[in-house]
Design a protein around this ligand. Structure first.
Ligand code: CA
Length: 279
């Protein structure tokens, strides 16, 4: 396992590989920053958005879809120029957007949560190709990990305090989800399930907040297959990337840790990479 750069995020989140730019994007939600890192030459670039940014995703025309506190925008990663897409929670100033990702058809999904982590006031939205925004789930507390099966028939979803990965039937043509069930139950001793991704074998890799680990699970059996110990407690999310798509990038946070805790985990807030995992 390697540490990507010397930069430490307050709340590093949402790693996503941009195959066009051969870059890793990630956000620091609390600092209001988007970071781009290009492994080929070590280029590191920060876009300061000046407000909470829950997630970004590479989108059409080389732009990023970005879920800002003030709404969802298309953002030019080179100039920072923004174009408004929508703001389904404009009436909920106590909420912010959290984890988000594009589905296999390229629609952006993003969830929300209360700034105070108030139960059940978050939702999960889908931004369709025509820009329309559909609320897919309500009553969510901390909307987090999203992943789609390799055959595009199933969506996986984590609302963190449930300690579950939910599975839904997923309709690629419309984005409709149905038939919610529990795919994985995560013991509370493992730490809070946060962001996740899926590998070529259809297994889920889950980051554990306050759990010092990333774990790999078979969603068909609900069994844990592997755990990857981390040198930081607040492991937030993970994504595959690199030229081959085989490298696992892992984000972390240092927010909320005491000076003593930070002394024990000086890498808190770093981004890590484990090479050759997705085989
Ligand atoms: Ca998260």
């Amino acid at each position: 396992m390697e540490v990507l750069t010397a930069h430490r995020c307050l709340l590093g989140e949402g790693p996503i590989w941009d195959a066009r730019r051969k870059s890793l994007f990630r956000v620091d939600i609390l600092q209001g920053e988007i970071h781009e890192y290009r492994p080929s030459d070590g280029h590191f670039h920060t876009i300061s958005v000046g407000e909470y940014v829950g997630a970004v995703a590479p989108y059409r025309d080389g732009s990023l879809m970005a879920a800002l506190k003030s709404g969802i925008v298309l953002l030019d990663p080179d100039t920072g120029a923004r174009e408004a897409v929508g703001h389904p929670e404009a009436h909920l100033p106590g909420n912010r957007y959290n984890d988000g990702k594009c589905d296999p058809a390229g629609r952006f999904w993003v969830g929300s949560m209360s700034l105070q982590e108030e139960p059940g006031v978050g939702s999960l939205y889908m931004i369709d190709h025509d820009g329309s925004i559909i609320r897919q789930l309500e009553g969510v507390t901390i909307s987090n990990g999203l992943a789609w099966s390799n055959d595009h028939h199933t969506m996986y979803y984590i609302d963190t305090p449930t300690f579950e990965v939910a599975a839904f039937d997923y309709d690629l043509s419309t984005g409709a989800i149905s038939n919610r069930r529990v795919a994985i139950r995560i013991p509370e001793s493992e730490g809070y399930p946060d962001g996740m991704t899926i590998d070529r074998e259809g297994c889920l890799w889950i980051a554990h907040w306050d759990g010092w680990q990333v774990t790999r699970w078979n969603p068909d059996t609900g069994r844990k297959l592997h755990h990857l110990p981390m040198p930081v407690s607040r492991v937030t999310s993970c994504a595959f990337g690199g030229d081959t798509g085989n490298d696992l990038y892992i984000t972390s946070a240092r927010t909320g840790l005491s000076a003593e805790e930070l002394g024990r985990q000086p890498l808190a807030g770093a981004v890590f990479v484990v090479r050759g995992v997705n085989t």
